[in-house]
Design a protein around this ligand. Structure first.
Ligand code: IPM
Ligand code: SF4
Length: 424
């Protein structure tokens, strides 16, 4: 019987060649990632009681992103603790104020196909977009990983999600993944892997593939994998990775628990309505809903191609007077490139506010929280009650194009009327 990508990566990580779904694997971890909020300040006590020696300081990556820049004294304390800890442990890789961890570890070359990556954040699965088995773990579990470099995992079954056909004008990978989550349900893939494949997925840029993998956890999935191809190799080379790339793929006779098959040419822009990510409707069903804030950013959809789309829609226009529009590039690297391309000027002239790369507004931690009764159209991945601030606020999720179109109208809007033909 053939193997899925998840089975192969965990087989390699455990040294047990015949591993299959359902087996318990004792695995060696390639990268252990922590961020400020669920990182050093939580693990330090137990870590020290158990010896306080890192298994490998080259494989532990810490990113301060949730508390940046701090909005409260507690956040400032956490940030200081994280920075001091990184220094004390003499970490080779500590990043601060660079952007959300998932984007930063991908850009900095830590994510590679075939690697096993564990992080103290649920969206660690984003690394699956480059073909890594990546998943979130709790801080307590991370203590063991930090000390030994090992842990155990149950090998997940895999759901194959196939998208074939031409993605239509105004439709983006965000729309594909929202539709997938709607059908799976927010707990429909619990402890299973998603594997995205098909001709529409092959056509996607790396930026757009990350959106699919990032949101796998919103269906409860352990991870969301995409087979690496030449685009992945090109991405890694552009980040300075010179090692041979593990072109891992599933075997043609691999066994799947379920297969979903879609025709992308039939899909229109989608919106997830409050307060669950699977509460998804076509944009036509929610068009006209008034908003107070628009948020274009996060590790889900704050990448360069997202900012380019928004700039194309907002160029020469003004955002609605009734709203504020926050734009948060997903990394400093993206910020600088967007600046060079004149994108930040276009967005600022349209009336947007450009915030520094951070998790801040996405999770309601720092700059950009919402008040009671406020409604947000967001390009991020979660719309749970209280997600961006007040528990009496509402968050809608959509593609960057839907977000930018909504900024113009001050009401949820269909992006197809604003996007130039041929841009998608
Ligand atoms: C703060 C952290 C627990 C959280 C996560 O794990 O995903 C955050 O990054 C999020 O997106 O909700
Ligand atoms: S989803 Fe938001 S809060 Fe979570 S890591 Fe990404 S940007 Fe940060």
């Amino acid at each position: 019987m053939g193997m899925t990508m998840s089975e192969k990566i965990l087989a390699k990580a455990s040294g047990q060649p015949d591993l299959k779904a359902g087996d318990i694997a004792w695995v060696k971890v390639d990268i252990a990632m922590m961020h400020d909020l669920l990182g050093p300040w939580l693990v330090d006590g137990a870590f020290n009681r158990l010896g306080g020696q890192l298994f490998d300081k080259e494989k532990v990556v810490v990113v301060s992103d949730h508390c940046t820049p701090p909005a409260t004294v507690q956040q400032a304390d956490i940030l200081k603790f994280t920075r001091d800890w990184a220094r004390k442990q003499d970490l080779s890789y500590y990043y601060e104020f660079e952007g959300p961890c998932h984007q930063v570890i991908a850009e900095r070359g830590h994510v590679r196909p075939g690697r096993l990556i564990l992080g103290t954040d649920s969206h660690t699965c984003m690394a699956g977009g480059l073909g890594a088995f990546a998943t979130g773990i709790g801080s307590t579990e991370m203590v063991g990983v930090l000390l030994t470099g090992e842990t155990w995992l149950k090998v997940p079954e895999t759901i194959k999600v196939v998208w074939d056909g031409k993605i239509q004008h105004g439709v983006f990978s965000k729309d594909l993944v929202l539709k997938t989550i709607k059908d799976l349900g927010h707990a429909g893939a619990t402890y299973q892997s998603l594997e995205f494949s098909g001709s529409s997925i092959k056509d996607l840029s790396i930026d757009e593939r990350f959106v699919l993998s990032n949101m796998a956890v919103e269906a409860g999935a352990k991870t969301g994998l995409i087979e690496p191809d030449e685009k992945v190799v090109e991405f890694l080379r552009s980040k300075g990775v010179t090692d041979e790339v593990d072109m891992i793929s599933s075997d043609s006779d691999a066994s799947y628990i379920r297969t979903l098959h879609y025709n992308a040419s039939e899909l229109e822009p989608q919106v997830a309505c409050p307060h669950e990510v699977d509460n998804v409707h076509p944009v036509s069903a929610v068009e006209g809903k008034a908003v107070d804030q628009v948020y274009l950013g996060s590790c889900t959809n704050g990448r360069l191609s997202d900012l380019r789309i928004a700039a194309q829609i907002l160029k020469g226009k003004k955002i609605s007077k009734n709203i504020r529009c926050l734009v948060v590039p997903a990394s400093q690297h993206i910020w600088m490139q967007a600046n060079r391309e004149g994108i930040l000027d276009i967005l600022t002239e349209a009336g947007c506010i450009i915030n520094m790369p951070s998790c801040g507004a996405c999770g309601g931690f720092t700059s950009g929280v919402i008040g009671a009764g406020e409604v947000v159209m967001s390009s991020s991945n979660r719309n749970f009650r209280g997600r961006m601030g007040s528990t009496n606020g509402e968050v809608y999720l959509g593609s960057p194009a839907t977000v930018a179109a909504t900024a113009i109208e001050g009401k949820i809007a269909d992006p197809r009327k604003y996007l130039l033909q041929g841009v998608r």
